[in-house]
Design a protein around this ligand. Structure first.
Ligand code: ADP
Length: 636
């Protein structure tokens, strides 16, 4: 709730915005040079779009004078853990000023003193001239009122309880997030139910959860394996070829070996100058394991021992966008907040992972150079060229925003890039949701008590030289580690804190928890009506406004941005297969089944009044056999 003082301060800040705008704009540039990518950013014409909302231009922040803190502004990140300032007091004044930081500072994760350049007299309280800056001290009343508000808020409800016993490698980031939210952690689990269960791997990490929320969907691991994922996207490519052109052409091995070999032969026969490259990925592999490049189908390693290897062979994107001559990819965190109704959020900040050997287009000579072609952190960290950096804009792992700033400085239309990425994410989720719904009802049939689910997904995206984003894969279990491996002595690796990972991942986990807060007011999202979807906004090409956070005014604004149902309008028509899945589920017969048996299939045809004299029940049975045979290799 806003106190009178809060309102006053807000009004005064508004007045200051117009008053000292010019000065403050200059200040922003100076700050960026200090804090982020000093090399390029002063020449940037506009900030990246959805990444961060523009902050009030008249307010700048500085790291100096921590002891002199008067108005503190807590940004997401680990440095201000527990919401305390350097003297150990809670930064209750955050409440009044949350969200008013500077672009570069949102990445810094530090508590900052707010300095208002040249215009301090407008704010209440004592002002202090400090060289170029004026530090504003709020009156004691503001602090007291805010403190009362915080306590009132805290008294209202019991803390949200989180079972972290199965969190595995996300534990560190999760602990920091829970601490920032002042929620209650149960590191060893709890006999009584918890509000939230945080699993490190799968929905089934804890069995028999009857209530609350789990951070994994049943079936997500299976659905996002390379073969199933390729198949789901291909179904959509067949239905909507123009909309699903962001996924490289793929063949499933061994079953599509013949098609692959024939198609490649035909391409080469048609044009002898064409010599495409392909990347082969084992179905259940991760972190670049078992991946290799080929230029001819005869180079495929089809057998793994006595068994045919399940894998995907994919067109290799041979003209990626390079930075510093290096190939890189984007790791974007996406929250599937709910499947029914579909709610998707995208993290405004992500990571970029760089190769460690300068890129050259594939040739027979360099096909095996993994540090040139594969961006996996887990591989490149072992290269002697890997650069660990605490800065977010240098090194082999950088923040997405630092890369986008840099591209913007070169004149790239990053608003377009960002809106293409949003579209790619929504379309990919729409492709996997139909089967995911089948998995979901098998584990949590309607009527059976069970938890609800949400999940953070890791999208790996490559930007092509022409800036078109390409989907490489989606990880059901993206690494949430906030330490990185470092070689402390020759051959000896240790985990050391990684500020870049911490900055991004703690923000994602904390804000996911905030969105899943069982006590927060129901979000303002209107639920789609049964049988229909609402028409909503189109993806704007303009910078976004600040995302509103639910209830908790003391925290920074959400780093997760809702994209669905917000942009329902453009994507609604793609949800066709999902409706077919809903029919399929309805006719499954016995709840908890994944397969539609022959009898249930007959019932389905009969109920839908699809049979007639030309389409007899005998033909229905033949159709059933035909369909199941066609899918037998694909479905569990
Ligand atoms: P994994 O799960 O083993 O990491 P990925 O599909 O993410 O498998 O591929 C590993 C790496 O290979 C990617 O990070 C990317 O650098 C590169 N890569 C994957 N697919 C392609 C492709 N089609 N074109 C170009 N590079 C690719």
């Amino acid at each position: 709730m806003m106190s009178d003082h809060y309102v006053k301060v807000k009004v005064q800040l508004e007045q200051m915005k117009s008053f000292g705008k010019e000065d403050a704009e200059k200040n922003e540039e100076e700050e960026e040079e200090e804090g982020v990518d000093a090399e390029k950013q002063t020449s940037m014409s506009s900030p990246p779009p959805a990444l961060v909302s523009p902050d009030p231009p008249s307010i700048t922040t500085a790291d100096r004078d921590a002891s002199n803190t008067s108005i503190t502004c807590k940004h997401r990140g680990g440095k201000s853990r527990g919401g305390k300032n350097s003297s150990g007091k809670h930064n209750i004044t955050d409440l009044a000023l949350h969200g008013s930081g500077k672009k570069s500072n949102r990445l810094g994760g530090h508590e900052r003193t707010l300095h208002i350049r040249g215009t301090g007299k407008i704010l209440q309280g004592k002002s202090e001239n400090n060289g170029n800056y004026v530090t504003i001290h709020p009156s004691k009343n503001i602090q007291e009122t805010c403190r009362e508000d915080v306590f009132k808020h805290a008294r209202k409800r019991r803390p949200v309880t989180v079972d972290t016993a199965k969190a595995k490698t996300s534990l560190e980031a999760l602990k920091l997030s829970i601490k920032q939210l002042k929620w209650k952690e149960f590191p060893l689990g709890r006999r009584a139910p918890c509000d939230i269960y945080w699993h490190g791997v799968s929905f089934h990490d804890n069995e028999n959860i009857a209530s609350g929320q789990v951070n994994k969907f049943p079936g997500m691991i299976e659905m996002l394996r390379k073969i199933n994922m390729s198949r789901a996207v291909r179904t959509m490519q067949e239905l909507f070829p123009d909309e699903y052109d962001f996924y490289p052409r793929s063949w499933i091995l061994p079953e599509e070996y013949q098609q692959f070999a024939t198609q490649i032969r035909m391409v080469k026969e048609n044009d002898a100058t064409v010599n495409p490259t392909f990347i082969v990925k084992p179905d259940s592999g991760s972190q670049g394991d078992g991946i290799y490049l080929i230029r001819d189908p005869s180079d495929l390693k089809l057998m793994g021992g006595s068994q045919a290897k399940q894998s995907v062979v994919q067109e290799y994107i041979h003209k990626p966008l390079l930075i510093d001559k290096l190939k890189f990819d984007i790791r974007l965190y996406v929250l599937l907040k709910s499947m029914e109704p579909l709610e998707i959020y995208i993290a405004k900040e992500g990571l970029t992972r760089f190769c460690t050997e300068p890129y050259q287009e594939p040739s027979q000579k360099n096909l095996s150079h993994v540090f040139m072609h594969l961006t996996n952190y887990s591989l490149n960290v072992h290269s002697c060229n890997f650069v660990h950096s605490d800065s977010q804009s240098t090194g082999s792992k950088r923040t997405l925003s630092s890369v986008l700033y840099r591209l913007a400085a070169k004149g790239v239309d990053i608003k377009k890039v960002w809106s293409d990425i949003i579209a790619l994410v929504i379309k990919t989720i729409i492709a996997v949701v139909p089967e995911l719904r089948v998995y979901y009802q098998a584990d949590i049939p309607p009527g059976k008590p069970g938890p609800t689910c949400f999940q953070i997904l890791g999208f790996d995206i490559l930007l092509m030289k022409n800036l078109k984003p390409v989907l490489l894969e989606v990880n059901s279990n993206p690494s949430m580690r906030i330490e990185h491996e470092q070689e402390v002595a020759p051959g000896v690796f240790e985990y050391v804190p990684s500020p870049v990972d911490e900055e991004v991942k703690v923000g994602v986990i904390r804000d996911t928890l905030r969105l899943m807060d069982p006590f927060s007011r129901k979000s303002s999202i209107s639920q789609p009506k049964a049988g229909g979807f609402e028409h909503r906004e189109e993806i704007p090409m303009e910078a976004e406004t600040q995302e509103k956070s639910p209830d908790d005014g003391a925290l920074p604004s959400l780093c997760l941005k809702q994209v669905y149902p917000k942009y329902t309008k453009q994507f609604n028509h793609l949800r066709l297969v999902e409706r077919i899945a809903a029919l399929f589920i309805r006719f499954l017969g016995v709840k908890g089944n994944m397969r539609l048996g022959p009898t249930a299939f007959r019932t389905f045809i009969r109920t839908c009044k699809l049979s007639n004299s030309n389409f007899t029940m005998a033909s229905v049975d033949i159709l059933y056999i035909d369909i199941t045979r066609r899918w037998s290799g694909a479905m569990p």
